[in-house]
Design a protein around this ligand. Structure first.
Ligand code: GH3
Ligand code: MG
Ligand code: MG
Length: 589
């Protein structure tokens, strides 16, 4: 009694505790990943801007003008344009500062002549050390990423060139992963701003990224912001909020990169981890229990049969004593499940084997044949863990099964079935969450990536055609802008239903981005896929649901042996072609 009570208690405490621990671990893992992304994006940007600043610092005309302390407004526009065209960075600004720290030229304004060196400690340091550096800092105009390079003429220090870029591009990189950003400058530096570039503020904090979503700014206005900086991550308003402190060149915190990831996106809990923990726990309890049974049976089986019966009856698990042919004994719990039978005798008369209740499904124990039964299989694979799905009187149960030999001579075994229905259902729910998109219910990007790989492998191996259709709503941004985000969401839901209803059961429909979808079509060539896409296109264009919308479609067929990247690029290209040649079209590549 005491034993099974404590096992049951241990069970619930353990699993519940594990679940909480798991969720916390998952959040921590996501938070770390996000911080890594921010850090990488910043580093890349800093290095690139530094490279550009270095090349500019060698410009002779610039040196000459710097010495003369006269650079006309917009003088370097053309040069900057050239940089923009030949690099990935479309938003760069330059500032040229003389050796006294006076700004002589700013590419974004005609204001100059102020002593910027006074408020910018990063600039002071470069002027003093005469070494190139990159930093994050707040000046009169913005909180941004800066690369500063000292300029020399014949060994003499004559000034500094500074290349500036914004957090916007980093924000964009993160957005691709569905992570929203709000970049804040602390109040103590925000006060340096005279002409704030974004004109966005929350409380006394300057917002340094133009695309900071309004709803998040409203949320921050309502929140105690400083609390967010104290924790590795915060869960609030359906978001996982991750803080990445931004340091000045002197290593003091001057701002914070706050990343927001929707919690429903993180439904992808680490299933394997979850499962292995449950199984481990089951194995430990069952082994302990089975071991105990062995000992009990060994010593007192004959003399004190009632004693061992008591122990077994008090267990929450079904405990059976079997030989290879039939059940010889069963504890009370057995009759809780098989309640239509009052005695073992009755059960044996009605059912030849408990295995008749097994549901034959992959991942679960099978009934086997007379020559090689489920019990044989269990005995031969006792090092593995086993689960069985049973349909008992119309109700589905899942059990972990454990078998142990109790008498070699008689070939008696004890078989324990431990009910794990709750855990299995929870796992299945998690699995569903992990593969389905929360808004539309269609498969998500994670599922797409897993599936396309498998489909490509099978198509090549069994030599069948495989095609992809990529679709994207036309001018969807306008829908959001004009009618609001919730109408946009509604459109996504209704139209993905419409698409799904037009597909065959073998087609796999996935939402791979905001309003981008991919359909995997096994056993389909490009010609047929094009016809299907054309059918989808007309049914969308003629649906008139919520709003009149159209979609553009890209179609491509898998070429045996190519990798996923090539396939994705081609279907993307086809979609791009459909977009650029007028939208509401199907294009094949
Ligand atoms: P195009 O014809 O070139 O595709 O134009 P577009 O306006 O559709 O351009 P784009 O594909 O770049 O726009 C995607 C927009 O989709 C941006 C974003 O506001 C919106 N969006 C992305 N995900 C969601 C979502 O889950 N809900 C809503 N309502 N809007 C979303
Ligand atoms: Mg679009
Ligand atoms: Mg799009």
């Amino acid at each position: 009694m005491l034993l099974s009570g404590s096992i049951g208690w241990f069970y619930y405490i353990y699993v519940e505790h594990e679940e909480q621990l798991l969720t916390a671990k998952q959040y921590e893992k996501n938070a770390q990943e996000i911080r890594m992304r921010i850090s990488n994006a910043l580093l890349l940007k800093e290095k690139a801007t530094l490279g550009m600043a270095l090349s500019l610092s060698e410009n002779n005309d610039l040196k000459k003008r710097l010495k003369e302390k006269k650079i006309p407004a917009h003088y370097y526009d053309e040069l900057i344009e050239r940089y923009k065209n030949s690099t990935l960075y479309k938003n760069i600004w330059i500032q040229i500062v003389d050796k006294e720290g006076v700004s002589l030229y700013r590419s974004w304004t005609t204001h100059y002549g102020d002593k910027i060196g006074k408020i910018r400690e990063d600039l002071q340091l470069v002027q003093k050390d005469k070494k190139a550096a990159y930093s994050l800092s707040v000046g009169r105009y913005d909180f941004s990423i800066k690369a500063m390079v000292p300029i020399f003429e014949k060994q003499n220090f004559i000034g500094t060139i500074e290349l500036i870029s914004h957090f916007n591009s980093i924000d964009k990189i993160l957005q691709k992963e569905k992570i929203e950003s709000v970049v804040l400058a602390l109040p103590k530096v925000t006060r340096h701003l005279k002409y704030p570039f974004t004109k966005l503020f929350v409380k006394d904090y300057y917002v340094a990224n133009l695309a900071a979503p309004k709803e998040l700014l409203n949320f921050l206005n309502r929140s105690n912001i400083a609390v967010l900086f104290k924790k590795s991550y915060t869960l609030k308003d359906g978001y996982l909020i991750v803080d990445y402190p931004l340091f000045s060149i002197k290593k003091s915190v001057i701002g914070h990169y706050l990343a927001f990831e929707k919690l429903d996106k993180i439904a992808n809990k680490d299933l394997d981890y979850f499962e292995s923990k449950i199984v481990l726990y089951i194995l430990i309890t069952l082994m302990a229990f089975a071991g105990l049974i062995n000992i009990v049976l060994y010593y007192i089986l004959r003399e004190q049969k009632h004693y061992y019966k008591n122990i077994l009856d008090s267990s929450n698990n079904i405990v059976l004593v079997n030989n290879k042919k039939e059940i010889l004994d069963a504890n009370k719990t057995f009759f809780k499940y098989f309640s239509s039978c009052k005695t073992l005798q009755e059960f044996r008369e009605k059912h030849t084997c408990i295995c008749n209740f097994f549901v034959d499904e992959t991942g679960y124990l099978k009934k086997g044949s007379e020559a090689y039964s489920w019990l044989d299989y269990l005995l031969e694979n006792s090092h593995k863990h086993h689960k069985v799905k049973m349909n008992i009187e119309g109700k589905i149960y899942y059990f972990a099964v454990f078998v142990t030999l109790i008498s070699e001579e008689k070939q008696h075994y004890s078989v324990i079935f431990s009910d794990v229905t709750h855990e299995e259902e929870q796992k299945q729910e998690l699995e569903k969450l992990a593969t389905r998109d929360a808004l539309t219910g269609v498969y998500n990007r994670r599922y797409y990536t897993q599936t396309i790989e498998k489909e490509m492998y099978n198509a090549k191996r069994y030599e069948y055609d495989l095609s992809l259709i990529m679709l994207d709503i036309d001018y969807f941004k306008r829908v959001n802008d004009v009618h609001g985000h919730s109408v946009g969401d509604e459109v996504l839901i209704v139209y993905s239903k419409l698409i799904q209803s037009n597909l065959r059961s073998s087609d796999i429909f996935c939402r791979v981005g905001g309003e981008e979808f991919i359909i995997i079509l096994p056993h389909t060539n490009a010609q047929t896929a094009k016809k299907i896409a054309e059918k989808l296109r007309t049914s969308v264009a003629e649906a008139h649901k919520i709003l009149d919308i159209t979609m553009s479609f890209g179609v491509t067929q898998y070429i045996y042996g190519e990798d996923e990247h090539h396939l994705d690029t081609r279907v993307d290209k086809a979609l791009y072609k459909a977009k650029t040649s007028g939208r509401n079209r199907v294009e094949v590549e």
